[in-house]
Structure formats: structure tokens, C-alpha cells
Design a protein around this ligand. Structure first.
Ligand SMILES: Nc1ncnc2c1ncn2[C@@H]1O[C@H](COP(=O)(O)OP(=O)(O)OP(=O)(O)O)[C@@H](O)[C@H]1O
Ligand SMILES: [Mg+2]
Length: 369
């Protein structure tokens, strides 16, 4: 009989800047392995999505609204945990911990804080599983950006010194250069502005398959105005979010264009796609000139217009992490399962070379089962 191999199941839950939903994975992380056992996703209820988006900007009664939104989000998290356990046919008691990122509503490391809406105590109570949460604050307290958090996981998953880089196309795009030591930073918007623009003009959550962007033409003057944003010229370490790249930011640039007639909305969408593509390609050229292959992950991988434009703009080959056996949609959630394990093992997974912190720190805070 084959010897019984010990397993170390962890759950990772990610709800990112796109505010589209919760992605969850259950993975066996025993002995440094990363073996996906189950995956599950749930869309956020419309009302919660609207409230989370609203909480990104100052408004009335924020404290009570944030607390209520945290509970509602946590109930979605608990549903995803339930789906994962049912799918893998595992009892909650078998899972070592859940890594639950929460929903970022403010990210201001330069002011000394980053804020993720989350109710980890409620999640531990509802699931009976230990929860690791608040992954970013300690790094910010140590003078870092608190972001990106995933490069240490990307290195563990895909290896270093391979001539590859990992590109996550979520709301924001972030690049991990798999050099030794590993480097990583946000490059700017991936889907976030395109999502917001199509929501405003067509009431849709996102531009499915990039079909709308493909019908428009890039407006060169607008693209130049958007690329003039000083954040793009900053050197890493750097991170960003909705605090900067919002519709208000876009409207401001559009309004300042010397145009006599309004820009067709479809052309703005095409320009936003071009903005994401150009800023990613320029970050690769500047900070990963030796990269031979970019492994893309996140929701943007499912947008063929985005991926084709990127493939044309990048100086090297573009593929998806699917090609390495890691489903593109699961990479970020896997990272939070891995970060939960790193926390329990006392492994400092926040890398100062990435975040700019004064020293490496253990990410997260534990809420025991
Ligand atoms: N078929 C598709 N066509 C076009 N865009 C898509 C498609 N599927 C997903 N997307 C885009 O991917 C986004 C969701 O990606 P993802 O969940 O990776 O982002 P996120 O929640 O911001 O995560 P993170 O912050 O972890 O990177 C959607 O908002 C949408 O813009
Ligand atoms: Mg998402």
C-alpha cells in the first residue's frame, strides 16, 4: 500500500480592485507543493458591489456602512468556502487556515495606511477555520507600499532566474520580474478604467471579450494626456488603486482636451485599452528588459482584444499561466492561500525589494479557529 501523504489544505480568497466577485481556491501546500484541490467563484450581489465601489470615495456615515459591507462581503466569502469544501469533500477541520484579502477601499501607503474591508472574526466564526487577514498593514507600517504582495508567491510557484515575468491583469496590472531576487510593482490600470467606462455608458460590468473597445479607435491626444500622469514615470517600488485611477481622473483629462465636440464613448474605451497595453509594455521594456516570456494571469487573460494588443506591444513572448499548469483565474487566490501558510510558518513574505519597506515582515494577522 502506498504510504499516506500528509496534506496541508489552505484556502485563499481574493476579491480584487475590479470588485467583480470573490475567487476562492482550496490547495494542498504540503512540503512546498502547490496542488489545486478545488476552485469556486461567486459574483458580488449588485447592491454590495455598488456599496463597495461607493466606499472608495468619502461619503456620509462611512463607519457603519463599512462595517455592514464588511459583514456582507464576509458572508460571500463564507459561501465560497462552503462551495470549496463541498467540491473537495473536505471537512472544515481539515483546513489549516483561510487567507482572506478583503476589499481594498483606500490605499494610501504614503499617508501610512491601506484599508481592506473585511470581517475576519466573523469568517472564522462562520467557517470554524482560522483566518489570516490584513496582509498589507504591517509592510506599510515598515515604510513599504504594502503591495504588491504576490511576487514571493509567484517566485515560489514559477521559480526565479527563468527569464520570465508574471503579469496579473486584474483591476490594476502588476508585474513580477522573476529575477533573483524577485522584483515586482504595479504598472497602472489593467481593466479598472475600462470596466468603469462601460458601466457608465452601457450599464455593463465589463467589456466582454473586448468587443466594444475593438469597435473604437484610439484617440491619440487623449492617450497622450493620460500617459502624462506623473505616476507612470515613477520608479518602483510603487502601487496604485482606485484612489488615483478613477472616472474622476479620466473625466478631468477628457475635459481638458482642446476638442470642440464630445469624444465618442467607444473611442475612449479603445484609448483606455491602449493605455493599459502601452503602460504595461513600457514597464516590461524598462524593468524587465531581459524577460523572454510574460506569463499573464487574472481576468484580463479572458479578453482576446487586450491579449492580442499586448502580444503585439510586448518585446517578448506572451502566454498565460495556464500553459504552466496554473489556471490564470486562480493565481491571485492561490497567492492568499500561500500567504496564509507563510503567516502560520512565520515566513516573512512581504519582500522589501518589492514594497520598499525597511525590512521584511510577516504578512497578515491571525484569527484562530
Ligand atoms: N470575458 C472577458 N472579457 C473581457 N474582460 C474580462 C472577461 N472576463 C473577465 N474580464 C475582466 O477581468 C476583470 C476581473 O479580473 P480579476 O478578477 O482578475 O480582477 P480583480 O478582481 O481586480 O483581481 P486582482 O485584484 O486580484 O487582480 C473583470 O472586471 C473584467 O474587466
Ligand atoms: Mg476579481
Amino acid at each position: 500500500m502506498a504510504p499516506h501523504r500528509a496534506t496541508e489544505p489552505y484556502i485563499g480568497l481574493m476579491s480584487g480592485t475590479s470588485t467583480d466577485g470573490v475567487d476562492g481556491v482550496l490547495a494542498d501546500l504540503a512540503g512546498g507543493s502547490i496542488r489545486l484541490l478545488a476552485r469556486a467563484s461567486r459574483a458580488l450581489p449588485d447592491e454590495l458591489r455598488r456599496e463597495l465601489l461607493a466606499l472608495n470615495t468619502p461619503g456620509p456615515d462611512e463607519l457603519a456602512r463599512a462595517a455592514n459591507a464588511a459583514n456582507a462581503l464576509t458572508d460571500c466569502y463564507a459561501d465560497v468556502v462552503h462551495d470549496l469544501l463541498a467540491c473537495a469533500k473536505l471537512p472544515a477541520s481539515a483546513v489549516r487556515a483561510i487567507g482572506a484579502h478583503g476589499q481594498t477601499v483606500r490605499h494610501a501607503p504614503e499617508s501610512g495606511y491601506t484599508l481592506q474591508i473585511n470581517a475576519p472574526a466573523r469568517l472564522a466564526e462562520r467557517t470554524g477555520i482560522a483566518v489570516v487577514a490584513d496582509f498589507r498593514s504591517r509592510d506599510v507600517a515598515a515604510g513599504g507600499q504594502g503591495a504588491p504582495l504576490v511576487p514571493a508567491f509567484h517566485a515560489a510557484c514559477f521559480g526565479c532566474g527563468t527569464g520570465r515575468a508574471v503579469l496579473n491583469l486584474g483591476g490594476i496590472a502588476n508585474l513580477t520580474v522573476l529575477d533573483d531576487p524577485v522584483r515586482g510593482f504595479d504598472t497602472g490600470p489593467a481593466n479598472m478604467l475600462m470596466d468603469a467606462w462601460i458601466q457608465r455608458h452601457q450599464g455593463l460590468a465589463y467589456d466582454r471579450d473586448g468587443a466594444w473597445a475593438a469597435q473604437g479607435s484610439c484617440h491619440d491626444a487623449l492617450l497622450t494626456a493620460l500617459l502624462n500622469e506623473p505616476w507612470f514615470a515613477m520608479s518602483p517600488p510603487k502601487s496604485t488603486g482606485r484612489d488615483l485611477f478613477s472616472l474622476a481622473w479620466l473625466d478631468d483629462r477628457i475635459n481638458r482636451l482642446p476638442c470642440s465636440k464630445p469624444l465618442p464613448a467607444v473611442d475612449v474605451q479603445a484609448t483606455l485599452l491602449r493605455l493599459s497595453v502601452d503602460t504595461i509594455a513600457s514597464a516590461v521594456r524598462q524593468h524587465a528588459p531581459g524577460a523572454q516570456e510574460i506569463l499573464a494571469c487574472g481576468g484580463g487573460v479572458r479578453n482576446p482584444v487586450f491579449m492580442n494588443a499586448l502580444a503585439r506591444a510586448l518585446p517578448c513572448r506572451l502566454s498565460s499561466t495556464d500553459a504552466c499548469g496554473v489556471p490564470a483565474q486562480d493565481v491571485e487566490a492561490l497567492a492568499f492561500a500561500w500567504l496564509a501558510q507563510a503567516h502560520l510558518q512565520g515566513h516573512a513574505a512581504c519582500l522589501p525589494a518589492v514594497t520598499g519597506a525597511r525590512h521584511a515582515t510577516i504578512a497578515g494577522c491571525l484569527y484562530p479557529a
